[in-house]
Design a binder for this molecule. Structure first.
Ligand SMILES: Nc1nc2c(c(=O)[nH]1)N=C([C@H](O)[C@H](O)COP(=O)(O)OP(=O)(O)OP(=O)(O)O)CN2
Ligand SMILES: [Zn+2]
Length: 124
């Protein structure tokens, strides 16, 4: 089994309704995010690749364009702009093209936070 990963960064603004820190969270503010996409599988015997990194790059670029320098509250199919919803949104965007997608992790490095999504089918 092999695992390939590739990352992209995006900066975006959002608001959040929370039960703590309500005032600062409801104010429009921004974060720098890093997303890491993991693909698992065996290399195709002909190409020697688990996935062509060029295809991964192209697909990730579409997701990055839709998120970078955006107001995340305006992305209709995202829901509240949490790291949970961002990791799932990126997964949903990539998975139709990247068949052996394994995990999507979204990081907020400035605060040491990360959230990973493995798709709906995974049970503990
Ligand atoms: N389970 C989650 N909890 C919270 C999330 C989330 O995505 N999932 N997000 C937030 C907010 O985005 C909040 O703005 C983050 O607050 P904080 O980490 O204090 O961010 P700061 O603006 O102080 O830090 P930066 O370094 O500017 O990112 C809260 N909870
Ligand atoms: Zn925030």
């Amino acid at each position: 089994m092999f695992e390939l990963s590739k990352q992209f960064r995006f900066d975006a603004a959002h608001t959040l309704d929370r039960v703590i820190e309500t005032e600062t969270s409801r104010r429009i503010h921004g974060h720098s995010y890093r997303a890491e996409v993991f693909v698992r599988g065996l290399p195709d015997p002909t190409t020697g690749m688990v996935v062509d990194l060029g295809l991964l790059q192209r697909t990730m670029e579409g997701a990055r364009d839709a998120l970078d320098h955006r107001f995340l509250d305006e992305i209709n199919d995202l829901g509240p702009a949490t790291m949970e919803n961002l990791s799932r949104w990126i997964w949903n965007r990539l998975s139709p093209v990247i068949g052996n997608l394994h995990k999507v992790t979204v990081y907020r490095d400035s605060s040491g936070e990360a959230c990973s999504y493995w798709g709906e089918e995974v049970v503990a």
